[in-house]
Design a protein around this ligand. Structure first.
Ligand code: 2NL
Length: 360
């Protein structure tokens, strides 16, 4: 009996001294575990006489219950203390400024913004959007578009060519997005109303040219599509894009292999203190090229020029962005300078209309 009292005193003081839950668990294993002191005493009962077993058994069980109760009480105290310590450590300073969410800190690149604006304006006029690969065949980039074999664009100095394959066919980084329209004509039956925005490439690098730039081309094919339709579409597009109630356009004769007749289009504008305004003034700014799709191109793309006719145009997206948002240097577009993007970029989810980048 005296031994049991000593054991009880020792265990209770171990329990009281346990500083954390793992120390307490060690005391539990040493007493109530399979080979613990109390379990060993209990397994010794079998060797005792029935009388001894009765008194000793009752005493050991009382000890066991007392130890179990002390363990459980101490576990509760330690759990509360651990929670208190965590709460004291993990304080939250509610006076700190709120860190902006990623969607608020990020910016949309002006090129992406302008592409979205173009998509919205032309979608409103019933156009769909087509995309194609940046690496094209010589056939889709030049031959189907009626480029003669000796055209300067086919020269190494003007176009990025890949090494020729075993059959002598050389792929190119597309020099315009026209191959996407070629693919569209080959895949769809008229009427066709499509715009093709995307990256284009030419061996050119100076203040106003980067080897990679962006273009959007448009194509309309139907039985009676004509230059009157083209003029209306371009006027509507330019008014919506530059957010002016009127635009005056001037069509000058020009030459492209893939259109006949071909034209260059100037917008009337005023220039004051380096600022360009449309819909007023007496200056002209060249803005795009266009024309009626050449009958050879229609034929090359599986369309009968006796039945179908159409028009097409091409515009530089980078220049559109520079004009609309007053960015003076084209090269900054592709330098990935976060300060530039913070200044000229657009907030996501922050505009009432995709086609209204200027008016809030
Ligand atoms: C420019 C001129 C232009 C086209 C692109 C085109 C496409 C097909 C057939 C006929 Cl598939 N034409 N595209 C037509 C005229 C002009 O771009 O100065 N771009 C920057």
């Amino acid at each position: 009996m005296a031994d049991l009292e000593d054991l009880k005193t020792a265990l209770l003081s171990d329990i009281a001294a346990a500083a954390d839950e793992s120390a307490l668990e060690a005391v539990r294993v040493a007493s109530l575990g399979k080979k613990g002191s109390i379990s060993t005493l209990l397994s010794g009962l079998g060797k005792m006489s029935p009388d001894e077993r009765k008194t000793e058994g009752a005493a050991i069980n009382t000890l066991k219950e007392a130890v179990a109760a002390a363990l459980s009480a101490r576990r509760g105290v330690l759990k509360d203390a651990a929670l208190e310590a965590r709460l004291a450590n993990e304080t939250l300073d509610v006076t700190l400024p709120v860190r902006p969410h990623g969607a608020a800190a990020g910016r949309i690149h002006p090129i992406s913004q302008v592409m979205d604006e173009l998509a919205e304006i032309f979608a409103d006029m019933g156009f769909s959007i087509a995309e194609g690969p940046d690496i094209e065949t010589d056939d889709y980039n030049f031959t189907k578009l009626n480029f003669p074999p000796d055209h300067p664009a086919r020269d190494m100095h003007d176009t990025f060519f890949f090494h020729p394959d075993k059959q002598g066919r050389r792929k190119v980084l597309r020099t315009h997005t026209s191959p996407v329209q070629v693919r569209t004509m080959l895949a769809q039956k008229p009427p066709i109303r499509v715009i093709c925005p995307g990256r284009t490439y030419r061996c050119d690098s100076d203040q106003t040219h980067t080897p990679m730039f962006h273009q959007v081309e448009g194509l309309v094919i139907d039985r009676s599509s004509n230059l009157g339709h083209l003029k209306w579409i371009l006027e509507e597009f330019l008014k919506a894009f530059f957010e002016t109630p009127t635009v005056n356009l001037r069509f000058r004769p020009s030459y492209f292999p893939f259109t006949e007749p071909s034209m260059e289009v100037d917008v009337q504008c005023s220039r004051k203190d380096g600022e360009i305004r449309f819909g007023e003034g007496s200056d002209w700014l060249e803005i795009l090229g266009c024309g009626m799709v050449h009958s050879n191109v229609l034929r090359n793309c599986g369309l009968d020029p006796e039945i179908y006719q159409g028009f097409a145009w091409g515009i530089g997206i980078d220049r559109l962005a520079m004009l609309k948002y007053g960015m003076p240097d084209l090269r900054a577009f592709f330098e990935a300078d976060v300060r530039w993007l913070k200044h000229y970029g657009f907030r996501p989810l922050d505009f009432p209309s995709l086609a209204s980048g200027l008016s809030p």
